[in-house]
Design a protein around this ligand. Sequence first.
Ligand SMILES: [Zn+2]
Ligand SMILES: [Zn+2]
Length: 82
Amino acid sequence: MRAPTSITRAEGERRASCEECLVSGADGVILRICASCGHIGCAEGSRGDHAAQHYAETDHPIAVLIGSEGASSWSYPDRRTI
Ligand SMILES: [Zn+2]
Ligand SMILES: [Zn+2]
């Protein structure tokens, strides 16, 4: 378990899409924005599941889901919407 050390790295570097998926050419996935640092990653159901990967790497517990039905907050430790 590591402490987050590169919070400012997210600024200007991320756009409103999952960067990892853009590289691999995927698009139209559900996105989650990390409430702790602003990292944008794709939610489960996508090929990469980079939002969950971000949680595993940083231990940032809350991510805001951006879906067609509006935004909702997901808690990874609780594995449910909060
Ligand atoms: Zn992704
Ligand atoms: Zn984060």
